[in-house]
Ligand binder design. Structure first.
Ligand SMILES: Cc1cc2nc3c(=O)[nH]c(=O)nc-3n(C[C@H](O)[C@H](O)[C@H](O)COP(=O)(O)O)c2cc1C
Length: 145
C-alpha cells in the first residue's frame, strides 16, 4: 500500500515540503484552485485572509479525491488567517479519509496554527499535526517532517 501527500501552495513553501515528502517515498498530489489568489503579496494576504475568515471553499481544477491504493495520507496546507487554507478546506470536504492513516503538515509565517489545529482536531480523531515555520526561509524546519 502506498503513501500520498496532498498539498496546496501559494508562495512555494508547500512545494519545498512536497519535494521532501517525495524523497521519503510519498506520491505527490498538488491541488490547484480554478482561481488562485492574486500574486501581489498585499492582495494575496488580504483576500486570502478574508476568504479563510469566512470559511470559503475554493473550486479546484480537476481534483482527484480517490485514495485507492493508499493506506497513509498526509495533507499539507498553508495557514491563512490562522486556519486551513481555502483550497485545502475543499479537499477536506470532498475526500473520504475513512480507514486511512491521516496526518497534517501546516506551514505558516509565525510557526503557529492554533485555529487550524482546532479545526483538524474537531474533524478527525487522533491526527498528528506538524506545524512548520516557512521552510523557504527556515530550511531547518524541514527536519520536523
Ligand atoms: C492569505 C494568507 C494568509 C496568511 N495568514 C497567516 C496567518 O494567519 N498566520 C501566519 O502565521 N501566517 C500566515 N500567512 C503566511 C503563510 O501561512 C506562510 O507564508 C506559508 O508558509 C505559505 O505557504 P505557501 O508558500 O506554500 O503558500 C498567510 C499567508 C497568506 C497568503
Amino acid at each position: 500500500m502506498g503513501k500520498l501527500f496532498i498539498y496546496y501552495t501559494h508562495t512555494g513553501n508547500g512545494k519545498l515540503i512536497a519535494q521532501e515528502m517525495e524523497k521519503k517515498g510519498y506520491d505527490i498530489r498538488e491541488v490547484k484552485p480554478k482561481r488562485d489568489l492574486p500574486k501581489s503579496f498585499f492582495w494575496g494576504v488580504f483576500l486570502g485572509g478574508m476568504f479563510a475568515m469566512f470559511h470559503k471553499k475554493f473550486k479546484l481544477k480537476d481534483y482527484d479525491a480517490s485514495l485507492d491504493g493508499y493506506d497513509e495520507v498526509v495533507v499539507g496546507s498553508p495557514v491563512w488567517f490562522d486556519t486551513i487554507s481555502c483550497p485545502i478546506s475543499t479537499v477536506l470536504s470532498k475526500t473520504d479519509f475513512d480507514g486511512k492513516k491521516l496526518s497534517f503538515i501546516l506551514y505558516s509565517g509565525s510557526g503557529n496554527a492554533t485555529k487550524a489545529t482546532e479545526v483538524i482536531n474537531s474533524l478527525y480523531k487522533d491526527c498528528k499535526i506538524t506545524v512548520l515555520k516557512e521552510p523557504l526561509k527556515y530550511s531547518e524546519e524541514l527536519s520536523k517532517i
